[in-house]
Write a protein that binds this ligand. Structure first.
Ligand code: PEP
Ligand code: CO
Length: 453
């Protein structure tokens, strides 16, 4: 696998790679990479191209991206129920957002591969002991002992296997009737009728209901129409552990191009998007849609060079910029970036991650996010894009289908005092199911306001 610019599947090794574990046994790592390279791909090039064509539409303002799921998937909390519940919330949000945006919603999970985390510190002090930081279950275990924190290459195989079963279930659910529009709508009706803000959302729910009745009256068989019974659901994760991504890269037999077959879409984190870094080098050679997280440390000129490196042909659908400035910084950071890229003519999809710039520690040292801060960043995101005439192309959120208490506020009115009740995230705080659906209704309102004015 080599392309004209000298890229090969392992050319990233010639560049500095940040946020990589210190694998104690590189011979074992090499064996794992060899083994994984012989396994079947998790996703297929044709599916990746389908996602790219949807994202291309989103770039033109004809679709909206909903990218959502866990901060970090777990090897331990792995069950059919938790996968189903996460999918259920994403489908519920998507229906509401379709109504609000008036365009199809592209559903992409942070799922089936989201097992590796960048960390602010290499090590953690536990009593007298300095141990490696937890880097996600693809690398080590969160238990604070030296033994548990030792990076273990075999975990790459476990991550692959868990991703396989997760994908298998997602494919079954999304094509087997679970995603049926009328069914998803009835879940939303249940939410509205039991929600404290229910009356407020009643209008949107009623409008969706009327649209369904209208389709039925026009003779569309809601129970057998494939576009209503089935949905396309795509997977994504942060491309962090480059040995894993390398091992799952395959040449598409139709086009002869390399595709990262660990997920449909891969993104590069805010900490690993250096122009001359290994992560950029790796994704520059694969054809998948690529996301780039953009935080407060962004340098406009470097970002333009990054975009040119990853998308020399300036194809729409190839690049998604996932901005995550925080509610206090978005107004000072996003406008000049949008302006610079507009001037430059780069075809990018702008989406907002309103989670990662709004994390704070409570007095009890618990990591949380306030629902109203998250909504405030989203509001600014929509307003800024409206003022520039650019399409606010989607949202990127951390959520779970469970009733966790990790973020404060929102529909469940979780307070800082209650956070410890059901805090199960191994990493960042996620919206619970009700907070996530609440968010979708509020975003739908913002989007339909934009459409009307
Ligand atoms: C994440 O999405 O979990 C993450 C670590 O994001 P960022 O790279 O934006 O900090
Ligand atoms: Co996170």
């Amino acid at each position: 696998m080599q392309n004209i610019s000298g890229w090969t599947v392992d050319s990233w090794k010639n560049f500095p790679a940040l946020q990589q574990p210190q694998w104690p046994d590189t011979a074992e790592l090499d064996n794992v990479v060899k083994e994984l390279s012989s396994y079947p791909p998790l996703v297929f090039a044709g599916e990746i191209r389908l996602l790219e064509s949807h994202l291309e539409k989103a770039c033109r303002g004809e679709a909206f991206l909903l990218q959502a799921g866990d901060c970090a998937e777990s090897f331990l909390d792995f069950s059919a129920d938790s996968i189903r519940d996460k999918l259920k919330v994403i489908l519920q949000m998507a229906v509401v957002l379709t109504y609000g945006s008036g365009v199809p919603v592209i559903k992409v999970g942070r799922i089936a591969g989201q097992f590796a985390k960048p960390r602010s510190n290499e090590t953690e002090q536990i009593g007298d002991l300095l141990i490696p930081s937890f880097r996600g279950h693809m690398v080590n275990d969160e238990t604070p002992t030296l033994e548990a924190r030792r990076p273990d290459p075999k975990r790459l195989i476990t991550a692959y296997n868990q991703s396989t079963s997760t994908l298998n279930l997602l494919r079954a659910f999304t094509k087997g009737g679970f995603a049926d529009l009328s069914r998803v709508h009835s879940w939303n009706r249940e939410f509205v009728s039991s929600s404290s803000a229910g009356l407020h959302y009643e209008k949107i729910a009623m409008d969706i209901e009327r649209a369904l009745s209208f389709m039925k009256a026009c003779g569309i068989d809601l129970y057998n129409e494939p576009t209503i019974k089935e949905v396309d659901f795509f997977t994504s994760h942060e491309a962090l552990i480059l040995e894993y991504e390398q091992a799952l890269t395959r040449i598409d037999s139709i086009t002869g191009d390399p595709y990262g077959c660990s997920a449909h879409m891969l993104w590069i984190g805010d900490r690993t998007r250096q122009l001359e870094g290994a992560h950029l080098e790796f994704v520059s050679g694969i054809k998948n849609p690529i996301g780039i997280k953009v935080g407060n440390g962004v340098d406009k000129n470097e970002l333009i060079k990054v975009i040119e490196k990853l998308n020399p042909e300036n194809k729409s659908g190839r690049l998604t910029l996932i901005t995550r400035f925080g509610k206090n910084n978005i107004d000072s950071k996003l406008p000049s970036l949008v302006e610079a890229l507009k001037k430059n003519g780069a075809n990018v999809l702008w989406i907002c991650d309103p989670m990662h710039g709004n994390t704070y520690l409570t007095e009890n040292n618990i990591k949380t996010r306030d629902f109203s801060d998250v909504m405030s960043e989203l509001k600014s995101f929509f307003e800024i894009h409206k003022s520039f005439g650019t399409w606010p192309g989607g949202i990127h959120v951390e959520l779970t289908g469970d009733g966790v208490t990790e973020c404060v506020g929102g529909e469940t009115e979780t307070s800082e005092e209650n956070l410890e009740l059901r805090y199960t995230s191994m990493c960042d705080p996620r919206l619970n199911a009700r907070q996530a659906i609440d968010m979708a209704f509020r975003v739908a309102e913002m989007l339909s306001d934009q459409k009307l004015s």
